[in-house]
Ligand binder design. Structure first.
Ligand SMILES: *[C@@H]1O[C@H](CO)[C@@H](O)[C@H](O)[C@H]1NC(C)=O
Ligand SMILES: *[C@@H]1O[C@H](CO)[C@@H](O)[C@H](O)[C@H]1NC(C)=O
Ligand SMILES: *[C@@H]1O[C@H](CO)[C@@H](O)[C@H](O)[C@H]1NC(C)=O
Ligand SMILES: *[C@@H]1O[C@H](CO)[C@@H](O)[C@H](O)[C@H]1NC(C)=O
Length: 575
């Protein structure tokens, strides 16, 4: 069992190397492909930490711990195979270094996953005094003099160049680039495939080979012969000869929901079980293949367009599910045009993937929720990178003009404000990160500073120990929210009305506390940045309540035929 036992923590490594060459959460520079030794370094430190902790939890050797980790991986997407290959390439070096009591930082620096650029600080996750570092590093270099790992990294190879991964890498990259479903046949923007920007992101196409059939369109000939809008309602009532679509949906003001969002909108999420050695088991990585092909997003569970039952055990409903409950004719009419790293400034690069035909389709409720990246950046000086109120005004106007020329008359656009992100530091800095729980040695403050040092902190401004910087970031966020509000009161458009809503994280927190929760439980534990599923669904709930009170017109009428639709069409073909 010499070879398989090297099969290391490839899942996370694979993931991080793939992210490295594609996209990753929430900052603008990750919008572009490629570069970033930072992700490679962080990925290595995470994987090596997990291997070490697995060995500790199971009192096993490093080899056995790698074997265990690979054993946990599913076979799909060649993950197991990749694991074997990577362990074959890197395993021996890692074993040697860990057996010599090096920690993850040291292993990754020695093997040159982490590189210290001249003049830059040495980035490390675990505390380590300087003098020891130098000595240890010399010793470490001696141990792996002829390292295959270093040769591989120096050759500039990328994991996607492995022959059996080339195809899947290509598909993932393409769907990230275009925000469109990956399809073998290019007919329209809807798909029968869940991931790769398929129906996890927008309503499932009920006939992929007919481009006149897709969710959200007004029915063609009352859907007498086929379900042209995929809402599961079609055919003719044999009792009176009236088409069901006419009987149940005419005048019911059907509408779709479209989210223009960032990684929060897409529900970026890395399950903590992937990093928590003490909880890791055969089931831990079962979602990995799906998550990878959804760019680590889980739109199917998201606050705005989610349609699956939640995994958090809460009774929660996305805005889409609420609209569907209100009027079952809205079934499947959702589009989640969200993208990791999206901001007001780069939205124009993917807004074309929004699909709405002014002549043929129902109106839509569009939620514009760029809630972080206009103030969040990973650069050393984030202030310079922030969008200014003037820039925001003009780019939002551009977006709104685009929407006005694409949305059917009677649509609604809601601009969401930016949150005050000081709660991230306030609630997390002294808590232990999932990687630090076993040995109580990694707090969020350490993680944030490690990520900032590598210049891959998704929001250096808020995830920082520098109070001045955090305050400046919040102030800019507030100015940008005021700008959005100003746009909503000043500007008028022919095809939609324009509304503004605060991103009410404070209300979300208060509601959660009323239910007995703690504020830190609302933040994604692994990245320490994104609102989690609970937070997203609470904010969907708050959105809904406010809309019901203040602007019931955007939700449309309650359809009196809902129960009859259910009787005749059941789950309307599901999602
Ligand atoms: C899908 O559309 C094609 C082309 O219009 C048609 O031939 C086919 O029967 C349709 N399939 C279904 C399942 O409705
Ligand atoms: C949109 O999809 C993304 C990606 O899955 C998800 O994170 C996000 O929560 C979704 N947004 C809404 C409003 O559903
Ligand atoms: C904190 O951030 C401010 C604003 O970017 C900066 O001017 C200052 O030098 C920083 N302080 C420290 C200690 O890094
Ligand atoms: C952000 O929240 C913090 C803590 O609640 C508060 O002190 C600060 O004034 C807020 N900043 C803005 C701009 O609202």
């Amino acid at each position: 069992m010499k070879f398989p036992c090297r099969i290391l923590a490839v899942a996370p490594l694979f993931l991080l190397l793939l992210l490295d060459s594609s996209a990753s959460p929430a900052s603008d520079n990750q919008f572009s492909m490629g570069h970033s030794n930072g992700h490679r370094c962080a990925g290595c430190v995470v994987v090596v930490s997990v291997i070490t902790q697995l060995a500790q939890v199971h009192s096993s050797t490093v080899e056995a711990s790698m074997e265990r980790l690979c054993g946990y991986l599913p076979g799909k997407l060649f993950l197991k195979t990749t694991c074997y290959v990577l362990v074959h390439m890197f395993g021996a070096d890692i074993i040697k270094l860990l057996d010599a009591d090096m920690n993850a930082d040291m292993v990754c620096h020695t093997l040159e996953f982490c590189k210290q650029d001249t003049g830059q600080p040495q980035c490390h996750l675990y505390p380590l005094p300087k003098e020891v570092w130098k000595l240890t590093q010399e010793k470490a270099r001696h141990i792996v003099k002829k390292s295959t790992t270093m040769k591989y990294l120096q050759s500039g190879s990328d994991i996607c160049s492995l022959p059996f991964l080339a195809e899947i890498c290509q598909k993932i990259k393409l769907s990230i680039q275009t925000s469109m479903p990956f399809k073998d046949v290019d007919s329209d923007k809807y798909s029968v495939f869940p991931t790769l920007r398929g129906y996890h992101w927008r309503g499932r196409d009920c006939n992929d080979s007919d481009k006149n059939v897709y969710p959200g369109r007004r029915p063609d000939n009352w859907d007498v012969h086929r379900d042209s809008n995929c809402n599961g309602i079609w055919g003719v009532d044999p009792e009176d000869g009236i088409p069901y679509e006419k009987k149940f949906c005419e005048g019911s003001q059907p509408r779709g929901i479209i989210l223009l969002g960032d990684s929060a909108g897409a529900h970026f999420h890395i399950p903590p079980e992937w990093l928590t050695a003490s909880q890791m088991s055969l089931n831990s990585f079962s979602d990995l293949p799906t998550a990878l092909t959804d760019e680590l997003n889980w739109p199917q569970l998201s606050g705005a367009t989610g349609f699956l039952d939640s995994t958090s055990g809460m009774e929660e409903k996305s805005i889409y599910l609420r609209l569907r409950k209100r009027n079952r004719c809205n079934h499947r009419d959702y589009q989640n045009i969200s993208r990791n790293g999206a901001s007001s400034q780069n939205l124009k690069k993917f807004i074309e993937s929004l699909s709405r035909n002014q002549l043929l389709d129902h109106p839509a409720v569009v939620i514009y929720a760029m809630i972080g990246n206009d103030v969040c950046s990973s650069k050393a000086n984030p202030i310079q990178e922030m969008t200014t109120p003037e820039q925001l005004y003009s780019s939002v106007m551009e977006t709104l003009k685009h929407l006005n020329s694409h949305l059917p008359k009677g649509s609604h656009v809601v601009l969401y404000g930016l949150p005050n992100g000081t709660f991230l530091w306030d609630n997390l800095h002294d808590r232990y990160h999932p990687l630090g729980q076993l040995n109580k040695d990694v707090t969020y403050a350490q993680v944030f500073s490690f990520l900032s040092c590598l210049q891959i902190n998704p929001c250096h401004g808020w995830m920082s120990s520098n109070k001045t910087l955090r305050t400046l970031t919040s102030e800019r966020a507030q100015q940008l929210s005021s700008t959005l509000k100003k746009i909503s009161t000043r500007e008028k458009f022919t095809n939609f009305d324009l509304l503004y809503m605060d991103f009410a994280f404070k209300e979300v927190t208060e509601e959660w506390q009323r239910r007995g929760g703690q504020p830190w439980q609302l933040i994604e534990p692994v990245d320490g940045f994104h609102p989690n599923e609970v937070a997203l669904s609470l904010s969907a709930e708050i959105f809904w309540k406010k809309a019901e009170l203040q602007w019931p017109q955007i939700l449309g009428k309650e359809n009196p035929f809902n129960s009859q639709i259910e009787q005749v069409f059941g789950d309307q073909g599901g999602h």
